[in-house]
Design a protein around this ligand. Structure first.
Ligand code: FAD
Length: 465
């Protein structure tokens, strides 16, 4: 029997596979696409994802293939100043295409020993008290202790466990194509963007540009063909800019959906399988990777047999509200992109207000996920938030988090005692008057100086010693 079967080798599935392997869990990932190809999808990683890569020692390979950006404006394209007091040692995002992110995460998962089987589609599943049986398209079955649906917005896993997927319906489509252009689009784009904020052309790499094209109608049919895209582009812009050699063509709407539950027994949903929303603000992939980091150590604890009561359920309790907030942000952004005089006035007001440092910090915290705080039941506002990278002696904290173990940042002479197989004690003499207990996802679980209080929280998060 497999420990954990992951359906889908997108960013969420591959990150989760790696997180589980850090704990020695036996992981198999099934992916229906036979090979990885160009995807007209995500274009970047926000601050919290950059921090997570650093926490796992992965930042180097990503930085090598990405360019940094630290411009304001991910909020509905409104030019906000980048806050200079963002509490992070990585105050920037990484511009990197989704396919590269997937390749790097796949390599990481494989290096750690995950097994990824491509060209394998899951069509159904059944679960009982001991495990889950997944049925494959060729009729074969696989038995696993836990199964995670990281299989995207049209998740077969979500359907198989009969979890509802609700939200706002789409009111307008946007078409996009990653193509090569023979005409310089600069002037036409500048003219059209005066009245059509949802239209744009952005250079990607290797002579490929992303053309983003608003439509007035809504379709729930199959993804558009390149010919349909060209026809629409011509009708909208009066030219198709000589677009050719499409790498990817797709369409998304303004609608959103959130899974009613993230867990049904031994089956979990993560990434787009649990939440979809328009890509405005570029948060979907980031959200999925962060789901994976939240879920990985908890599932590993269950497999290892030390998960305390409620640990597995804390995944939904913590991550669903985060997705809800992202859905709300994207709704606000969709509204701010409406093309009428009232919305233009609203954008002008927000642009003005957004210059205030507190406002731009708050909105940037929302988009970059640095503002996320899990409700862990503490009155201390620092508990539940992610721990920024800090110096400990000559080192950085994140350098000690590569193995996804718990950590006691000990500034008051405390001990982890019999939890030392799950939690590292990191002596930090000069750090301050309180010690901090960090979970493997880098969130603060407790702050204090009392050993018996610490022991209570070690038990709460890391089980019986
Ligand atoms: C135009 C566009 C721009 C975007 N820009 C950004 C951005 O800048 N930043 C950002 O964070 N997000 C962005 N997103 C969103 C991002 O692409 C998604 O949120 C992300 O791909 C979700 O990752 P995932 O791994 O959860 O799901 P997916 O990437 O959808 O991966 C699911 C995988 O499961 C496989 N699969 C599906 N069903 C089965 C099955 N039954 N059996 C086996 N395998 C299966 C699929 O083939 C796929 O590989 C954008 C999206 C679009 C469309």
């Amino acid at each position: 029997m497999i420990d954990v079967l992951i359906v889908g080798a997108g960013p969420t599935g591959t990150m989760l596979a790696a997180e589980l392997r850090l704990h020695g869990v036996d992981v198999v990932v099934l992916e229906k696409r036979a090979s990885a190809t160009w995807r007209a999808g995500g274009l970047g990683l926000h601050v919290r994802s950059v921090e997570l890569l650093d926490q796992r020692g992965l930042l180097g390979p990503f930085e090598a293939e990405a360019t940094r950006f630290s411009v304001g404006g991910p909020f509905a394209g409104i030019a906000l100043p980048w806050p200079d007091d963002l509490d992070t040692t990585h105050p920037y995002g990484l511009a990197i295409r989704q396919e590269k992110i997937e390749r790097l995460l796949t390599e990481h998962a494989l290096e750690l020993g995950a097994e990824i089987r491509r060209g394998v589609e899951v069509t159904g599943l059944d679960q009982d008290d001991d495990g889950v049986t997944a049925t494959l398209a060729d009729g074969d079955t696989l038995r696993t202790r836990y199964l995670v649906g990281a299989d995207g917005g049209r998740s077969a896993v979500r359907a198989a466990v009969d979890v509802g997927f609700h939200g706002e319906p789409s009111t307008a489509d946007t078409y996009l194509a990653d193509v090569e252009l023979t005409e310089d689009p600069t002037e036409v784009v500048a003219e059209l963007r005066k009245t059509h904020l949802r239209f744009g052309i952005a250079p990607l790499e290797g002579g490929v540009s992303r053309v983003i094209l608003p439509a007035a109608d809504v379709s729930d049919g199959p993804q558009p063909t390149f010919e349909e895209f060209l026809e629409r582009l011509l009708a909208f812009a009066g030219t198709d800019f000589g677009a050719h050699s499409p790498r990817g063509v797709s369409r998304f709407g303004t609608g959103d959906q959130l899974a009613d539950a993230y867990r049904v027994g031994r089956v979990f949903l993560a990434g787009d399988a649990a939440h979809v929303h328009p890509p405005t603000g570029g948060q979907g992939l980031n959200l999925g990777v962060q789901d994976a980091v939240n879920l990985g150590w908890k599932l590993a604890a269950a497999v290892d047999g030390w998960a305390p009561d409620g640990l597995l359920d804390s995944y939904e309790a913590e991550r669903r509200p985060v997705a809800e907030a992202v859905v709300d942000s994207t709704r606000a952004m969709v509204a701010l992109l409406r093309e009428d005089p009232q919305t233009a006035a609203l954008r002008a007001v927000l642009t003005e207000v957004g210059q205030l440092p507190g406002v731009s910090r708050h909105l940037t915290g929302r988009i970059t996920a640095t503002g996320v705080r899990y409700d862990l039941g503490s009155a201390d506002d620092r508990v539940g938030r992610r721990m920024p990278d800090v110096g400990i002696g000559p080192d950085r904290l994140y350098a000690h988090l590569h193995r996804a173990r718990g950590a006691l940042l000990d500034r008051t002479g405390l001990a982890v005692g019999s939890w030392s197989d799950r939690v590292d004690r990191l002596p930090d003499g000069g750090g301050g008057p309180e010690s901090l207990l960090l979970r493997p996802d880098g969130h603060v679980a407790w702050i204090g100086s009392d050993q018996s209080e610490l022991d209570e929280h070690l038990g709460r998060w890391f089980g019986a010693p």
